[in-house]
Design a protein around this ligand. Structure first.
Ligand SMILES: *Cc1c(COP(=O)(O)O)cnc(C)c1O
Length: 407
């Protein structure tokens, strides 16, 4: 057997291996990537593509950012895993850095986004019982139609996407789902047992759905009035994607719990977690919750540099500036296939008219033009390049997008 990473197999052979021996829980574009740098990726045949998905915003800092890779290598040679049975010298500094950056008192580290959402659900429920005084096992959490918060059984239980639920029940009770963007609906769903409202500031997997202006502010006022926690899932919208560190900043609010993940690991390692102040984080006592890999020194060392370069190298400002430009240029493309172009920062959805035949075929055409992106739902193309993209690279992409959308 060849050394891992040195197999010389053709794209067709590699695809066949994956199809034969791997579970079929995804339907990827047939491009087999073997290396990447910044906004570019190369397939095994040597073709170069501009990555317009950035691993669902987990690679905001660009592929293989030299400073992040340097931190990864250096930490890999020192210590990678201690478990939380012992302490390590990377977790404390990461928590401090996050606190100073975001203004929240404490951080609780996990690994995947879904785990961090589960952590927020547990925090909100326990806060409900121990601080708010909700009767045992009666806590309710309000979530939204079109939500995406991950794939665990509890989380898919309140998804409104039939395929995400079908065959996986029975589900966890305690969730109420209301229409997204409608404050009245939330107001009438709140009762004395409501402990939290769990919301994406912009629905990503739902199709880059931007709620009406003032919506998050309205949610903040409603939740404050009724003694309910506002839990914001910033796993995809956060860390610069929308042109601010967090998308909720666009409305000048401060949530009670912020869920982060994806780009926190700089595209190198899974690391996620929740941010909150002491009133909420204080509900966790030793033994209440945990994770073997959560807070491991390798992920913490990487996250420290991932956050540092995001801020110091101006990626958030770049997202705001080029995002506005990109949105404007996309809207100027006269295409019979386009129904709506929407988004914030470098996070843009192009919704096609139903007669266009679905977004997938446009993604396949863009792939032939050297641009990798992915449809979300049937009719929306999602554009989310790494935040290190330059204006020239964006123009290069726009030329190809215009060609595909108008042919
Ligand atoms: C990706 C995502 C998740 C789940 O993260 P995983 O790391 O895939 O478990 C949760 N919420 C939002 C908004 C996401 O985009």
């Amino acid at each position: 057997m060849a050394k891992v990473g040195e197999e010389k197999l053709s794209a067709q052979q590699l695809i066949a291996l994956e199809e034969k021996y791997g579970a079929h829980n995804y339907h990827p574009l047939d491009v087999v990537i073997t290396r990447a740098s910044g906004v570019w990726v190369w397939d095994v045949e040597g073709n170069r593509y501009l990555d317009f998905l950035a691993a669902y915003s987990a690679v905001n800092q660009g592929h293989c950012h030299p400073k992040i890779v340097e931190a990864l290598k250096a930490q890999a040679e020192r210590v990678t895993l201690t478990s939380r049975a012992f302490r390590n010298d990377q977790l404390g500094p990461l928590c401090q850095q996050l606190s100073e950056l975001t203004g929240f008192a404490k951080f609780l580290p996990m690994n995947s986004g879904a785990e961090a959402v589960e952590t927020a659900i547990k925090a909100a429920r326990k806060w409900g019982y121990t601080v708010k005084g909700v009767p045992r096992d009666q806590a309710e959490i309000i979530a939204f139609e079109g939500n995406f918060h991950g794939r665990t059984t509890t989380i898919v239980g309140f998804s409104t996407e039939e395929q995400y639920r079908e065959g996986f029940g029975p589900f966890t009770p305690g969730f109420r789902v209301v229409p997204y963007g409608d404050l009245e609906a939330v107001a009438s769903a709140i009762n004395q047992n409501t402990v939290a409202v769990l919301v994406e500031p912009i629905q990503g997997e739902g199709g880059i759905i931007v709620p009406p202006a003032g919506y998050l502010k309205g949610l903040r006022e409603l939740t404050q009035k009724h003694g309910v926690l506002l839990v914001v899932d910033e796993i995809q919208s956060g860390l610069g994607r929308t042109g601010k560190l967090f998308a909720y900043e666009h409305e000048g609010i401060r949530p009670d719990i912020v869920i982060i993940g994806k780009a926190l690991g700089g595209g190198c390692v899974p690391i996620s977690g929740i941010l909150a102040d002491d009133e909420v984080m204080g509900v966790f006592r030793p033994g209440d919750h945990g994770s073997t890999f959560g807070g491991n020194p390798l992920a913490c060392a990487v996250a420290r540099v991932a956050l540092k370069v995001l801020v110091e190298e101006g990626m958030i400002e770049n997202s705001a500036r080029l995002g506005d430009y990109f949105l404007e240029r996309l809207r100027a493309i006269a295409s019979p296939h386009v129904k709506e172009v929407r988004g914030k920062g470098l996070w843009i959805g192009v919704e096609l008219v139903p007669e266009a035949g679905g977004a997938r075929r446009f993604c396949e055409s863009l792939q032939k033009e050297g641009l990798l992106c992915k449809e979300t739902h049937v009719n929306t193309i999602r554009f989310a390049p790494p935040l290190v993209i330059t204006r020239d690279e964006l123009d290069w992409a726009l030329e190809r997008i215009a060609k595909v959308l108008t042919s």
